[in-house]
Write a protein that binds this ligand. Structure first.
Ligand code: NAD
Length: 338
């Protein structure tokens, strides 16, 4: 078998395309697959990604996931596709639902159509999101529970899941949707608008700025370390009996926003100055993953607890290394990450 003129190393070596592969999760996935000897191609429009995160030897291509001729050419020789390219901010999706529909739904349909056309694809894995669950009194949430998508970002992920399963079945390739909870780790971007909660809090606390919590801080989330997400994604390409399955990928640990601030203070050794904005919504009250299905189907074992993950973030992310003194930044709504 050849891949761009290169002989395949072994039967277990996968030839992979990752859309959104220059992003936070995508670049960790691409680098880990590359380290393990798989052939990796990346497609990313660099709207938020950065190809400098990718190891040398990974084939990077700049382009839009809705560009079907480009996909036809990049899918040549590929067996496994990871679809991560998306707009990822919940609050931005409320402001720009059409854009979220165009990229997250339109991009998924374009990719699936191109996969159908090339015919060599064995499996497509979608990065879906825990936001599709919405508000549930009963926690942890299992895949069998109903979905209550309450924001355009979540709706776009529900539509993507349905297209994935329908077009996969009609076209003869396998499909898996991973509902990822709040991923964090080194290299997570900290955009000025709508930053994710962990790097934002870390940045504020280290810079001696104020941390603003919307609501009373008792709302809970499931923070999952990037290495655990990557392991689940890799297993999703290799495990048997996962066709048309939806699988939660979280830590299974329920952490309140108040606890998160305490742990970050403890680990950084810096006192957090917390302000509560009780007029703003803290988002849904509770969200934590039941990971039994991932354990069973993917042999998934989340290995990095919150304390350890935050310590690694502090040590490994250049943004938080000693000597780099973060300046205080604008406020964040902790209920609002993808
Ligand atoms: P990210 O923004 O770092 O990665 C998304 C990547 O997609 C970026 O590199 C961006 O440049 C690229 N992209 C966006 N639009 C594109 C387009 N039209 N064509 C090609 N590339 C495009 O975000 P992330 O946190 O790495 O998320 C990756 C995936 O995982 C997304 O699908 C996201 O919805 C999903 N997800 C993430 C989390 C999380 O906690 N980070 C949780 C649930 C689901």
């Amino acid at each position: 078998m050849v891949w761009g003129g290169i002989l395949r190393k072994s039967r277990d070596t996968m030839r992979v395309l990752i859309t959104g592969g220059a992003g936070f999760i995508g670049s960790h996935l691409a680098n880990q697959l590359h380290r393990r000897g798989h052939y990796v191609r990346v497609l990313d429009d660099l709207s938020s990604g950065d190809p400098a995160r990718l190891l040398p030897g990974i084939n990077f291509n700049r382009g839009d996931v809705r560009d079907i001729p480009k996909l036809w050419s990049l899918l040549q020789g590929v067996e496994v596709v990871y679809h991560l390219a998306a707009r990822v901010s919940v609050p931005a999706s409320v402001l720009y639902p059409r854009e979220y529909n165009d990229v997250n739904v339109g991009g998924t349909v374009s990719l699936l159509e191109a996969c159908r056309d090339v015919g060599s694809i064995r499996r497509v894995i979608l990065a879906s999101s825990a936001t599709v669950y919405g508000d549930h009194e009963v926690q942890p949430v299992a895949e069998s529970m109903g979905i209550r998508p309450a924001v355009p970002y979540a709706v776009s992920k529900v539509a993507a899941e349905h297209y994935l399963f329908a077009i996969g079945q009609l076209s003869g390739f396998e499909t898996v949707a991973l509902r990822i909870f709040n991923a964090y780790g080194p290299g997570q971007p900290l955009p000025p608008a709508h930053p994710p909660v962990i790097p934002q809090f870390m940045h504020q606390i280290l810079g001696r700025g104020s941390v603003v919590i919307f609501g009373d801080g008792t709302q809970t989330r499931d923070f999952v370390y990037i290495d655990d997400v990557v392991e689940a994604l890799i297993s999703a390409a290799q495990a048997p009996h996962v066709d048309r399955q939806i699988i939660n990928v979280g830590s299974g640990e329920e952490i309140s926003i108040n606890q998160l601030v305490e742990v970050i203070s403890e680990i950084t050794g810096a006192q957090a100055n917390v302000l509560y904005n009780r007029e703003g919504s803290g988002g849904i009250a509770r969200l934590v993953a039941d990971v039994s299905k991932a354990r069973q189907l993917l042999k998934y074992r989340p290995r990095t607890g919150l304390r350890q993950g935050l310590r690694r973030l502090l040590e490994e992310d250049p943004l938080f290394r000693p000597g780099h003194r973060p300046a205080p930044r604008p406020l964040v709504d902790p209920g609002q990450s993808s």
